[in-house]
Design a binder for this molecule. Structure first.
Ligand code: 5GP
Length: 190
């Protein structure tokens, strides 16, 4: 997606450890117009796939998850990373190792928001090692539903997640695929 790639080139900052900082439009400040364009593009990429629900992880997945779900006309559910006193009902929980925080977290979804027998699209802002996406996939499958796709804003194709997700047999689409962050420079897959 050219619009997204251009924003990454204009505003992205490469941090040590192969981390791309895009907090001016995706991870802290959010550009609503770009988020809507990204949601529309994800829906186009999964055209022909029946989708009942979108699942993402708080916090950075919510903007793109919301626009995707809005265009599809289906609910968005976000997995929580911290337990809350509001989670008083049965939950699905999976351990996920955070690439940016370097610690394990339990992602949690109330069972009532993931009914069985649905087709669920997973959405997230970044794909690095695939931990968040595969954790969400395990939750959906525990719930008795099917993961019909994984839609990512920015995938770092040189890390493990891309291969792990394809090896697991999921349909993966990314709006921008980063081939390298070497020498502080963003290069896209062509
Ligand atoms: P994974 O679970 O695929 O290893 O990592 C994806 C998660 O870690 C995303 O939800 C995202 O929040 C965070 N993440 C991974 N790599 C990056 C990155 O380069 N930049 C930012 N901003 N977040 C990242």
């Amino acid at each position: 997606m050219e619009l997204l790639e251009q924003r990454i080139l204009d505003e992205g900052i490469v941090l040590p450890g192969n981390v791309l900082k895009v907090d001016s439009f995706l991870n802290h400040q959010i550009d609503p117009k770009l988020s809507m364009a990204m949601g529309k593009e994800l829906v186009r990429l999964f055209d022909g796939t029946k989708i009942d629900r979108v699942l993402t992880v708080e916090a950075s997945g919510i903007a793109i998850g919301l626009t995707t779900a809005f265009v599809l006309g289906v609910p968005l559910v976000f997995a929580r990373k911290k337990s809350s006193v509001l989670m008083t009902e049965p939950v699905y929980m999976e351990k996920v190792y955070s690439y940016t925080k370097k610690e394990s977290a339990e992602i949690t979804v109330l069972q009532k928001f993931l009914p069985a027998g649905e087709n669920v699209l997973l959405v997230d802002d970044f794909l690095a090692n695939g931990e968040a996406a595969l954790g969400m996939a395990r939750i959906v499958e525990k719930a008795g539903s099917e993961v019909v796709g994984i839609g990512i804003a920015i995938e770092k194709s040189f890390q493990n997640g891309h291969k792990r997700i394809l090896d697991a047999g999921y349909h993966l689409e990314a709006l921008a695929s980063v081939a390298s962050l070497d020498d502080g420079k963003v290069t896209f897959v062509r």
